[in-house]
Ligand binder design. Structure first.
Ligand SMILES: Cc1cc2nc3c(=O)[nH]c(=O)nc-3n(C[C@H](O)[C@H](O)[C@H](O)COP(=O)(O)O)c2cc1C
Length: 225
């Protein structure tokens, strides 16, 4: 598959056919994904391949609290889970908000769930002393996670990077037996997509790329774009 086609059509698959996904396929996807970059080439990724029903149900249950808050904040017109603007949504409203099925059920329906972890003992988190939420640690794991989805796309499979369950990370670590220094970066349902989306909605380049400084002139759109 042509690279630009793959980049423009790798959508978030949340509905799957019942087709199973053999270990040999997963191993092949990971074999390509492992060429992702990571800080200092430390390759701190670990992947737990989950198929057992009880484990999936436990993950779905751990997803629900964050999904409720997500939905409640969206209903209130907020950008959910951001660390800059404090939420105006109270606990009672969150408790009364049902978790959207599309955020909770893919882990139950997918052929397999990959829990993508990162060993924080080997990740250079160069923003650790800044007075804001960390973003650099993720840069050593999400290129790998995205590579898994690109490789899946190339073979007609699909999935989604999901993170809501990570709000309950200690419970996830206990569920899967992860040591404390191994963080969960993504819970990734994977399988054969029930339908293939091809038109992804994204903002044009001129809306986010600017010349020389914040607020500078927009970068000219690509020819033909
Ligand atoms: C860091 C990250 C976290 C995400 N967390 C979730 C999640 O918890 N649940 C979910 O259903 N999708 C999650 N997504 C998927 C996004 O919703 C998706 O990438 C976005 O809506 C674009 O979808 P599209 O590629 O199908 O257009 C996440 C994506 C990223 C990159």
């Amino acid at each position: 598959m042509e690279l630009y086609d793959a980049m423009r059509t790798t959508f978030s698959a949340r509905d799957f056919t019942p087709e199973p996904m053999p270990d040999v396929v997963i191993a092949r996807l990971l074999d390509h994904a492992r060429f992702a970059p990571s800080g200092g080439n430390r390759q701190g990724w670990k992947v737990v391949v989950v198929r057992e029903r009880a484990t999936r149900e436990a993950i779905a249950a751990l997803t629900a609290p964050a999904a409720k808050r997500y939905a409640a904040q969206v209903s209130a017109g907020e950008s959910p889970w951001n660390t800059i603007d404090p939420t105006a949504v109270d606990e009672a409203t969150i408790a009364a908000t049902p978790p959207p099925p599309r955020l909770v059920e893919p882990v139950l329906q997918a052929a397999v769930v990959l829990v993508v972890c990162v060993d924080l003992k080997v990740v250079a988190s160069t923003d650790q002393d800044l007075d804001r939420v960390g973003v650099i640690s993720g840069a050593s794991i999400y290129p790998f996670a995205w590579n898994v989805l690109l490789a899946a796309r190339a073979e007609g499979w699909g999935g989604t990077i999901t993170t809501l369950a990570v709000a309950q990370e200690p419970e996830l670590q206990a569920l899967l037996g992860l040591p404390p220094h191994v963080a969960v970066a993504a819970v990734m349902p994977l399988g054969r997509p029930a339908k293939r989306l091809t038109r992804l909605r994204r903002r044009p380049v001129a809306e986010f790329a600017m010349l020389e400084r914040w607020g500078g002139p927009p970068l000219a759109p690509p020819a033909g774009g």
